[in-house]
Design a protein around this ligand. Structure first.
Ligand code: FE2
Ligand code: FE2
Length: 429
């Protein structure tokens, strides 16, 4: 919790404890000067001008004085100081200078609508098939879908719910300084990328939702409500305005979703549902192109400002990359996201090992271990932290595995409203 203590220094009288306790009411009347400094004992010194204490006789006269304010940093305040440095003009100029490069190296990774797959290409189309043909195709789809086990189905629904919260994700890069789409129809390469990327993402939730509707295996009302709630709940983005941190997050997310959809495709095929495997495979291919785009962007940031880039990477990894749908809820299961994550771990759709492997991939991709020139002390510490992290995660995985083996935990039957409250047997952490 945040706490604040204040001491008052009046010229010629030394440091005198403030007689009044700062409250929201009187503390808000502080007007900090632009400059601040840190003394040897860690007190943060600020010049406070024209401060009037409402309860202290010592200061009741008001006027100009110097107040030394000892502040323990609020939760998240240290965080903010770290990432806000990435919004300095010289840091953001890097993005402005990269715009012509983005035009020639990032935008070509989008597929125009004319040559792109659409949900109607991958699912039975009543207009093309006619009444009988459509009914027959739907019967076949349902017969294939019947072979998909419930744990895989739960993962598929979780993936679909995640994709369907696209309005939230489009707003993510539109918070990044220097690249966001200010008017909603900007002509910059960055803005066109954000819109084109969102248009491609929009098909992912659509095609999965339509498949599920036709499969008759899930409670669509419960699934739709979960989507509704998730969009309303939003997501808590870290360092939300920094393009350095933000592009790293999105690169990680794109690779993670490619892994999840790719594994779901593999499982669907193994259980005899080739149509679902094609759907998930098409989404996986999109995610890989998106990952390539964001990886290139972050790679350029590493070239242009390696110190800022590696510090942003360490910042994000220290706080873990959390999934964008962590706030999902169906209104029944208070631990829905944890249960979905456990199902994904158990089914092999997305696991702790995948998380580590993604980090290892990006360390290689961005040549983090080789960084040396241009790094500050903080930058070197960030590099060393990031490069040592996969080893730490592996050790944690091994310990968790050993603990689980020793505890021989019994699986719990967890009901999922998405599949009409049928239960999935999960070993919960
Ligand atoms: Fe997607
Ligand atoms: Fe994507």
């Amino acid at each position: 919790m945040a706490s604040t203590t204040a001491v008052l220094a009046v010229s010629g009288r030394g440091v005198v404890p403030l007689q009044c306790k700062p409250t929201t009411e009187n503390y808000c009347s502080f007007k900090p000067a632009a400059s601040s400094a840190t003394s040897r004992d860690g007190l943060r010194l600020r010049s406070i001008i024209n401060w009037r204490c409402r309860s202290s006789t010592l200061a009741s006269g008001g006027g100009t004085m110097t107040v030394l304010v000892k502040r323990e940093k609020k939760d998240g305040e240290e965080d903010e100081e770290e990432w806000m440095g990435h919004l300095a003009p010289e840091k953001l100029e890097v993005l402005a200078h990269l715009e012509p490069w983005a035009e020639s190296h990032v935008l070509p990774l989008l597929r125009p609508a004319e040559s792109s797959w659409e949900p109607s290409d991958l699912l039975p189309d009543p207009a093309a098939l006619g009444e009988e043909g459509f009914s027959s195709a739907c019967r076949e789809l349902r017969a294939r879908a019947a072979g998909v086990p419930d744990p895989v189905l739960v993962c598929l629904v979780g993936n679909m719910v995640t994709e369907e919260a696209l309005p939230t994700y489009q707003s993510v890069p539109n918070r990044f300084e220097a690249v966001r789409d200010l008017t909603g129809a900007d002509a910059t390469a960055w803005a066109r990328w954000i819109r084109g990327w969102s248009a491609e993402e929009n098909r992912h939730g659509d095609v999965l939702s339509r498949y599920m509707y036709l499969s008759a295996r899930v409670d669509m009302r419960q699934v739709d409500r979960t989507v509704h709630r998730l969009i309303a709940a939003g997501m808590a983005a870290r360092a939300a305005r920094s393009p350095y941190h933000g592009f790293i997050y999105v690169a990680f997310q794109e690779r993670a979703t490619a892994v999840a959809h790719g594994n779901t495709a593999r499982l669907a095929r193994a259980h005899g549902d080739g149509a679902l495997a094609r759907v998930c495979g098409a989404i996986e291919a999109d995610e890989k192109r998106h990952e390539a785009a964001y990886t290139r962007i972050v790679g350029k940031l590493f070239e242009a400002d390696p110190d800022a880039a590696v510090r942003a990477l360490a910042y994000m990894m220290r706080r873990r990359i959390t999934m964008p749908a962590a706030l999902m809820t169906d209104g029944r299961d208070a631990d829905l996201y944890a249960h979905y994550a456990a199902a994904a771990q158990q089914a092999g759709v997305y696991t702790a090992s995948d998380y580590r492997a993604i980090l290892e991939h990006f360390i290689r991709q961005w040549r983090v271990e080789e960084l040396a020139a241009g790094l500050s002390g903080e930058g070197r510490r960030a590099r060393d932290y990031v490069c040592g992290l996969p080893h730490k995660i592996r050790r944690m995985e091994e310990k968790a595995h050993d603990r689980a083996a020793q505890a021989r935990k019994e699986p719990t039957a967890v009901p999922f409203s998405w599949i009409f409250d049928r239960t999935v047997s999960l070993v919960l952490p």
